[in-house]
Write a protein that binds this ligand. Sequence first.
Ligand SMILES: [Zn+2]
Length: 251
Amino acid sequence: MPLAAVRLFEAATREGVVLIPYRMDRNPRLRHLRIVIDESNQVVLKTPPRVSDRQAIRFLNENADWVMQRLQQRPSTPSLLDYLRSSQRLSLAGRWRPITFYFRARRPSFDLDDPEEVALFLDTQRDRELQLRWLLIEIAKRTLPQRVEYFSRRHRLKAHGVGVRDQRSRWGSCSETGGLSLNWRLILLPPRLQDHIILHELAHLQHFDHSRAFYKLLNQLDPHSAKHSEELTDWSYRVMGLARNLLQVAS
Ligand SMILES: [Zn+2]
């Protein structure tokens, strides 16, 4: 799901005014408006073609109490800011880089020029989680394709384009036409695991399956492949749910 698809709606609920992130899913096969809270705690407004945005948003507002109730019943994930404040690093170009946060009254941005740190500038006036998520996705878009390029050259496996996305459960995928799709959360993984996933997807350029030949190649590219894939399970629990449950009560 691209970041642009996430919008906020301001709902008057019994608990006051609440900002709720949602995405609109327009589907030609739908006949009625529906609100779904998906497995990653995201509100999805399922909208048939004949219904206008306005009507759909009104429907969402009318059902705000129901949405709030549902969201509160779900287990919450730690905030991205809390997570990064304790981990204090991102994985870029094959190594960890420490993060420094700067809070100021200006639009959010980042700076990767200093090889010893990643500077994240957050606007004190806006929702920190949304900004942070946006910044990390931008950093992932900047750095992950470079890492793919690095391994591409080294192993002569040419991908046809690299996309960075917000997948719910997968780390990456390779299309039949050789396009790679990577989860932005790869920059939260240890460098060796980020590389492992990139190499896994690059190996699919030669073997479009999980055959023995595929694993043989993957083992050549990443000699600790089995260990890395085992380590990934734990990391997936920790990281995959981050920045899903974006909810903020406005004062
Ligand atoms: Zn695979």
